[in-house]
Structure formats: C-alpha cells, structure tokens
Design a protein around this ligand. Structure first.
Ligand code: DX5
Ligand code: ZN
Length: 226
C-alpha cells in the first residue's frame, strides 16, 4: 500500500431494496459511504438485466455522494450519453466489451464524467497497461460479473498489485477498485494488494445488519490494513 491514502467504500445497490431505494441509498450515505456503485446489466454482456438511466436518476436525487456506473453492457459507447445525462459522475465500462476503448474514453471525458475500465477474471492486468495514463480508475472484478453475493476469487487479487506497480512505473496516481465478494473478513487483503476503492454489495445491503453497521465493520477491517 502506498502512503496512507484513505481507502474508499462504494456500496453497490444490487442487493438493496428497490421498493425503498432512496432510503437505502440515504442510509449508506449517512453510514459513511464514499461513492455509490450502480451495476447496469443488459442481458447480453451478462445474462441478467438490472437497470439503466431511470434508476440512476433516482439514486442521483437521493444522495450527494459521487455516483459511478459499472456498465456490464455489450455496447457501452451507445449508453454513455444517457448515463451522463442522468447524473453519473463516473462511467466504468468493460475492456472485454470495448477492446479498443479509446473512443469510449474520449467520449466519456467530453461528457464531463470520470472514466474507468473494468476487467473480468479471464482478462489479464497487462491488457489495461496501454490505457492507464488515460484513465481515472480501473476496476478489477473479483467475481465473474453478473450478480451480487458471490464468493471473492482470491486468485484475482495479484492483478491489483500488478496494476499498482504499472501505475507507479508511469507516475500515474490511479484509483484501483475491486468489485465482488468484498466482506469485512477479506477487505484487508484487498487493501494490502493495493486497492483504494472497495465495492461492497451484499456486505452493506443484507438482512443481518444496517448499512451503517456494515460500513463501520468494513472501515474497522481496512483500518487494520492501512
Ligand atoms: C457483480 C457486480 C458487483 C456486485 C457486488 O457483477 O459488479 O458490483 O453487485 O456485490 P457483492 O459485494 O455482493 O459481491
Ligand atoms: Zn459492480
């Protein structure tokens, strides 16, 4: 871990209660979340369909936190304008869906949003290297994208360290996000690997504890690691 930079927590709303979404988002904000993470799925890039700009708009109204969209969609370029319009602060699309992401990166910037690229488990960290200098952040998937509540794939964590080293070599201060299966018991491993932004879905929205309790548990866990 480089320096004492604060590690950020981004609750994913995928396992929130969509019947009371604004309350669930407000509870995460009040409980100390740093960013809201929205998982958009189109039924093509991944089998499930989740939501699009309308839900983003509702979340945007419910919080003053930055909102990022993790675009699990087959044609990310088509979706960028409507997501920017709906109030996204950061758009993250998959390298697997845009093998030459240059146009997507440029378009996202033109739309006034931050830009990130995500990689799924089969994709090596090295495939992001040509793009690091042009990005605000990268997302390393620690599960196969498509649904919340899966087990973290420990064998994906070394990619975080690789990306941290690549970014340092080019003098880039890169936000490295990990997404999938992050819980209080494994969050410190993610931070030790070099992650600076932790997505937490079922760890925050579950039936066992409130978002505030869950976020406090994650903070305590990463406090020990940084
Ligand atoms: C998976 C999504 C994740 C997911 C995280 O495809 O990208 O953001 O919602 O949920 P947990 O933390 O439960 O794995
Ligand atoms: Zn996600």
């Amino acid at each position: 871990m480089t320096g004492a930079k604060r590690v950020l927590i981004a609750p994913s709303i995928l396992t929130a209660d969509f019947g009371r979404l604004a309350d669930d988002v407000a509870a995460a904000e009040a409980g100390g979340a740093d960013v809201m993470h929205l998982d958009m799925m189109d039924g093509h890039f991944v089998p499930q369909v989740s939501f699009g700009p309308l839900v983003l708009e509702a979340v945007r109204r419910a919080t003053s936190l930055p909102v990022e969209i993790h675009m699990m969609v087959a044609n990310p370029l088509d979706q960028l304008p409507s997501l920017a319009e709906a109030g996204a602060d950061r758009l993250i699309f998959h390298l697997e869906a845009a093998p030459d992401p240059r146009a997507g990166i440029e378009r996202t910037r033109e739309l006034g949003c931050e830009v990130g690229l995500a990689i799924s488990p089969p994709t090596p960290a090295s495939s992001l290297e040509p793009w690091l200098a042009a990005l605000d952040m990268v997302t390393v998937m620690l599960v196969h994208p498509g649904r919340g509540g899966q087990e973290l794939l420990v064998d994906q964590l070394p990619k975080v360290g690789e990306l941290r080293r690549m970014a340092e070599a080019t003098g880039t201060s890169l936000v490295i996000e990990v997404d999938g299966g992050v819980k209080a018991h494994n969050a410190s491993m993610c931070v030790e690997a070099g992650a600076t932004l932790l997505v937490a879905g079922s760890a925050v929205y579950n039936n066992q504890e409130t978002p505030a309790e869950a976020i406090a548990g994650l903070r305590e866990a990463i406090g020990r690691a940084s």
